[in-house]
Design a protein around this ligand. Structure first.
Ligand code: OGA
Ligand code: MN
Length: 276
């Protein structure tokens, strides 16, 4: 069956004309998976999923994550300590461009969010297409970056937003050892994307000044408006992103606003390290 798909910009973001019943029926799974890879972010309006419905829909696309930071497969994205005791520090890193879980070899395939409480101002979520950013680089630079490896640390993202962290906080953020990843992710599909974001702390083999300059140049390049879609939340929305081919961040908002989104995360299916 053909889908009504409205592209929000040439390189990223599409609104998909499917309602809640069609999503729950699981009849468009293959098309949704394909569109997700192609467009980076898919937006569905007026879906109004409960937590259970969002999980049921996610399960039509693949396995979902659970664990100590989840409640029954639901992760609460909020600075409100009543709903997420760790959020106030850990989630500050979400204000910076990032890819989720660069501390492991098989990061989540993607995630979906639905809003429960909106902030009156700010709080939009922005997504940047890292396939497009790579593909548009000059050929000589592409070749150069393919040989580079980058160290990722969660601490690098969080510490940009938490002033004067305590020894205890630093120790907790450092409990995940740093991880070296290729700067260019060779996907099983044959496509390539840049693997960067605020967790990228240093380029292996470069001195600090060179490394900082290169990371800054590539982040500036990747944030160019043509690669970015900004989602302005409405109640009832469902947004899914491809965590392997996009970076995302939240636009600053009042941390006391109670803004809360519920997230379901799809298990990763491909390793960053798989293709040399
Ligand atoms: C996330 C995230 C951004 C937002 O859930 O992984 O980065 O808009 N969320 O809250
Ligand atoms: Mn995130």
């Amino acid at each position: 069956m053909s889908l009504k798909v409205t592209d929000m910009s040439p390189s990223i973001g599409s609104e998909v004309g499917l309602g809640r019943e069609a999503l729950l029926a699981g009849t468009h799974t293959a098309q949704i998976r394909e569109l997700l890879e192609k467009r980076g972010v898919l937006v569905f309006h007026d879906i109004n999923f409960s937590d259970e419905e969002m999980k049921d829909f996610a399960l039509t696309l693949g396995a979902i994550q659970d664990g100590s930071t989840y409640e029954n497969g639901i992760f609460k994205v909020t600075f409100d300590p009543e709903h997420n005791p760790q959020g106030l520090t850990y989630l500050r890193g979400t204000l910076e461009w990032h890819i989720d879980r660069t501390d492991i070899d098989v990061p989540p395939l993607g995630s979906m969010l639905t809003p429960r409480v909106l902030s009156p101002a700010g709080g939009q979520t922005e997504f940047a297409n890292t396939y497009a950013a790579y593909e548009d680089l000059p050929e000589d630079e592409k070749r150069q970056y393919e040989g580079l490896r980058v160290e990722h640390r969660s601490e690098a993202a969080i510490s940009k937003r938490v002033e004067n962290p305590t020894e205890e906080q630093l120790a907790a953020w450092r409990s995940n050892p740093p991880k070296l990843h290729p700067m260019v992710w060779h996907h099983q599909s044959g496509r390539k994307s840049l693997l960067l974001g605020a967790t990228a702390s240093r380029v292996d083999g470069l001195d600090e000044a060179e490394s900082d300059a290169l990371l800054e140049r590539l982040m500036d390049w990747s944030e160019r408006p043509e690669y970015v879609y900004q989602h302005n939340w409405r109640m009832g929305d469902l947004v899914i992103w491809d965590n392997t081919g996009t970076m995302h961040r939240v636009v600053p908002f009042d941390m006391e606003s109670g803004r809360r989104l519920h997230r379901v995360t799809l298990e990763g299916v491909e390793s960053i390290q798989a293709v040399a």
